[in-house]
Design a protein around this ligand. Structure first.
Ligand code: NAG
Ligand code: NAG
Ligand code: NAG
Ligand code: NAG
Length: 504
């Protein structure tokens, strides 16, 4: 049922969207990951224009998101389309399942919507150690079946297969890139996989995260995580490898993989960087200054086309990520929802020079909900015993990852802290009045409670908002509006739960 309701929402959305076609040539070959795990996703047409306006002509999707794919139709933007890990087993087990996947998720968008799909990324980091081998057996057969399905669909010349691999599939015993080799438990599989990719005209995709290296190891040399600024002396931690000095983690990491590939006679496979970036919040190392430093260094390298010592030409590099996603799992850490170069609404987080020295520009045409926030009542006591439950509840259904120590809202006093949580819930619930009624502890205000680095957000009006009407009598129609997609079903659930909370 959720799928049918979602389809309905898509129909409504498509009917409401005006056709926007961008045909101008891109400024430069920049590439980005467009994740869609947001409670209020930036509308597809606005996102596509944001990409174009900033010189991105390649995009990577983690799944065949219909809104994103339709918006990419006739945009001139090339697409790497993810086949999620969850479908690896079925696609590996049956050629027919692979064919169906390709027909519905690739052929349709290519022929019917004019989407320029160039790659199917089969799985996402399937050999990650923490998966404990769960996807190992299925990955290569899935790649083979998808390739066969692409051939059968007549798409094999345009669309190629790849697998995005986590950097933990290779290692170097002595820290020098030239000593790189595959993780022993996965070496045989990697060789077979890469050989197949080579034979079928595919590429290998690698995700590299100096941020995670820095964050995991208190002794990791900070400078080495970043690209050296021009003219600056190399980091103390630079690695001498024969005649080559490695001055940063990216170069060393990438070349460790290249050395591993060369060791197995696979040195000719193109290696794309599928994810690389720096988050701005939710962790002590995640802030605007660090992200700007890393990403500016990265974009300078991309624009200059300067690769690594072993691969002097910079490959395609998909920055992670385009936008913040406030509904991503926080298993890796609170920073996981803050990787965007842009905020959730397509506004830049910090200045960046992109292609041709042009400054980053914001999304255009974004519509917001009303200028109002939900806060702790001024006359409510901060020691009211109901507050803890209310905050816990608000944060369960909305994003409170900016409240942690060292994060952008980590310095709020107790009252403002509660207000932040209330407001996040209220915004997630499309500012419906019933969502600002925490046991009579909250009140709606039109005064922006933002302070210092802590921004009290106003959510995007994703269009669904119209369904609730903007009249003061919107509340009774909440249930009706909320049934229009699985997305608002969560909020409906939340609101039902809220009633329970209030009663209790
Ligand atoms: C299209 O892709 C989605 C996401 O992987 C999947 O759930 C769906 O089953 C696919 N369609 C077909 C016909 O396989
Ligand atoms: C603010 O809220 C968060 C999440 O509820 C909590 O972990 C933190 O301890 C709070 N800080 C203060 C100062 O109340
Ligand atoms: C809510 O609280 C305010 C003051 O804190 C009080 O005046 C009002 O009567 C309360 N309303 C309900 C329904 O309890
Ligand atoms: C948010 O994430 C949860 C957990 O993954 C999921 O069940 C829910 O459908 C997501 N909501 C939206 C709007 O994507």
């Amino acid at each position: 049922m959720a799928a049918a309701l979602r389809a309905l929402a898509v129909l409504l959305w498509v009917a409401a969207a005006y056709p926007v076609v961008f045909r101008a040539r891109p400024l430069q070959a920049l590439a980005a990951n467009w994740g869609t795990r947001a409670l209020h996703p930036l509308p597809g047409d606005i996102t596509v224009r944001l990409l174009r306006d900033n010189g991105f002509d390649k995009v990577k999707l983690f799944e065949p998101d219909p809104n994103a794919l339709r918006a990419l139709g006739h945009s001139g933007i090339q697409v790497m389309l993810g086949l999620p890990n969850e479908v690896l087993a079925s696609v590996a087990a049956s050629v027919n399942a692979a064919e169906q996947w390709v027909i519905q998720n690739v052929s349709t968008y290519v022929s019917k919507y004019g989407v320029d799909i160039r790659y199917v990324a089969v799985g996402n980091e399937p050999f990650l150690k923490s998966y404990k081998g769960k996807f190992e057996a299925a990955t290569l057969p899935a790649v083979q079946n998808v390739q066969a399905a692409l051939v059968k669909a007549g798409l094999a010349r345009q669309v190629h297969v790849t697998v995005p691999i986590n950097a933990d599939v290779y290692e170097s015993g002595d820290g020098r890139p030239s000593s790189g080799d595959f993780r022993p438990d996965i070496a045989g599989l990697m060789v077979s996989l890469v050989r197949f990719l080579l034979d079928s005209g595919g590429v290998l995709t690698i995700n590299i995260y100096p941020f995670l290296s820095l964050d995991a190891d208190p002794n990791f040399p900070v400078d080495y995580a970043y690209f050296p600024s021009p003219g600056a002396p190399p980091s103390q931690a630079s690695v001498q490898d024969g005649g080559v000095l490695y001055t940063n983690a990216f170069d060393a990491n990438y070349d460790t993989l290249i050395a591993a590939l060369e060791k197995h006679g696979l040195g000719t496979i193109p290696v794309v960087v599928g994810e690389i970036g720096w988050p701005t919040d939710g962790d002590k190392n995640a802030n605007v200054a660090n992200a700007q430093r890393f990403n500016q260094g990265l974009f300078d390298r991309i624009v200059a086309g300067k690769g690594t010592p072993r691969r002097p030409r910079m490959p395609d590099v998909y920055v992670f990520a385009l936008l913040d996603e406030d509904n991503k799992s926080v298993d890796p850490g609170n920073f996981e929802r803050h990787w965007g170069v842009f905020n959730y609404d397509g506004s830049p987080k910090y200045p960046l020079r992109l292609a041709n020295g042009r400054a980053i520009v914001p999304a255009k045409g974004v519509r917001y909900l009303s200028k109002q926030w939900c806060v702790l009542r001024p006359d409510a006591s901060a020691t009211n015993p109901a507050i803890a439950g209310a905050v816990g509840y608000a944060c369960e259904y909305s994003d409170c990852t900016s409240l942690g120590a060292g994060s952008s809202c980590g310095n709020l006093d107790a009252r403002a802290n509660v207000s932040y949580a209330f407001n996040q819930f209220f915004q997630a619930a499309n500012q419906q009045k019933a969502a600002c009624n925490f046991n009579n502890l909250s009140v709606i205000t039109t005064t922006d409670p933002s302070q210092g680095t802590c921004r009290f957000k106003i959510m995007i009006d994703t269009g669904r908002h119209e369904l609730t009407g903007k009249s003061p009598s919107a509340a009774p129609r909440v249930a009706l509006a909320s049934s229009s997609s699985s997305w608002s079903a969560v909020l409906l659930l939340a609101l039902v739960g809220l009633t329970t909370l209030v009663a209790w």
